[in-house]
Design a protein around this ligand. Structure first.
Ligand SMILES: C[S@@+](CC[C@H](N)C(=O)[O-])C[C@H]1O[C@@H](n2cnc3c(N)ncnc32)[C@H](O)[C@@H]1O
Length: 292
């Protein structure tokens, strides 16, 4: 089957209305953070962020399949010496909209360089919030297994009697483990912390995420020929990775420069014009392309 990649220029709030209900398997995106990057795009005040985002998440809810997943990369910044709380407010508002907040992954930016401020250290992680429409979402856990690691060599060499039975935690938490279950295993399930380097400004976009980020979630939540959506696609990372992994994908961005950049990189084939006479920068979908 031919893999489709559709690209739209415009405001996601409007463009998303063109997409059919229950048609997307995974939404993976990094929207503009509150009050950042005013010089390029965004610059939404933290107090207005929820109000700005909700019409978009309403459309995302409509287009996501009941078995699908929404991964939202976001992080509240420091305002006047305090962490702002708009992300928390957004989670609460999205739950009221019908979303389930099912999980939170952490993106540990492992290549952050050192830094110090009078009252804090380098912020070296971001949230990857997982939302779903139902608890029965598709998840292919075996696809993201990791090598068991060197610790296993020593730890599994001489097993005690307690290592061979389920040993319940002493603190009464109900957690327990049977260490002997790891014998002979080469791979294990990962944790919910992703240790990934940040993208090093080689994509002509000031906030591109590393390819491994969408790649990990595409493996975990989709199979080949499923559809991935990024409503704030920027330099197109999600589209390039989806195409390489044989997933259909849809990207939307409001900035003509990024839209043109993606087009020039993937040699798109124009499908049809949605609004041929609209000028760049207007908050309406302009063109729709298939990238081959
Ligand atoms: C953090 S960047 C995304 C970076 C992307 N993940 C990448 O790898 O390059 C956010 C993007 O959202 C776009 N954007 C901002 N407001 C938008 C809106 N209302 N609709 C669509 N795109 C928007 C910006 O132009 C910007 O490229």
């Amino acid at each position: 089957m031919e893999i489709r990649t559709d690209l739209f220029l415009g405001d996601s709030k409007e463009v998303l209305k063109k997409l059919p209900d229950n048609s997307v398997d995974l939404i993976a995106t990094s929207p503009p953070y509150a009050d950042q990057r005013k010089g390029t795009y965004g610059g939404i005040h933290p107090d207005k962020y929820v109000e700005w985002f909700l019409p978009i998440s309403e459309q995302l809810f409509r287009v996501l399949k009941p078995t699908g997943t929404f991964i939202l990369n976001i992080k509240e910044k420091v305002v006047d010496g305090e962490r702002s709380i708009y992300v928390m407010e957004l989670i609460i508002a999205m739950r009221k909209q019908g979303w389930l907040w099912t999980e939170e992954f952490i993106w540990h930016k492992k290549n952050s360089f050192p830094g110090k401020w009078p009252n804090r250290f380098r912020d070296s992680w971001e949230r990857l919030l997982q939302f779903n429409k139902s608890k029965n979402f598709n998840m292919y856990q075996d696809e993201v297994k990791v090598p068991i690691g060197d610790w296993a060599k020593g730890r599994l060499k001489n097993l005690s009697e307690t290592d061979k039975i389920r040993d319940n935690a002493k603190n009464g938490s109900g957690f327990g483990k049977n260490v002997s279950n790891w014998l002979g295993k080469e791979t294990v399930f990962p944790t919910n912390v992703l240790h990934l380097a940040t993208e090093c400004n080689n994509k002509n976009h000031s906030a591109a995420f590393p390819e491994e980020l969408p790649e990990w979630f595409i493996k975990l939540f989709t199979k080949q020929e499923d559809t991935v959506l990024d409503p704030f696609v920027g330099s197109g990372t999600t589209l390039f990775v989806s195409k390489r992994m044989r997933r259909h994908s849809i990207g939307i961005d409001i900035t003509p420069e990024y839209y043109e950049m993606i087009k020039s990189q993937i040699n798109p084939v124009e499908l049809y014009l949605l609004e041929p006479k609209v000028k760049y920068g207007e908050a309406k979908p302009k063109r729709r392309y298939a990238i081959r």
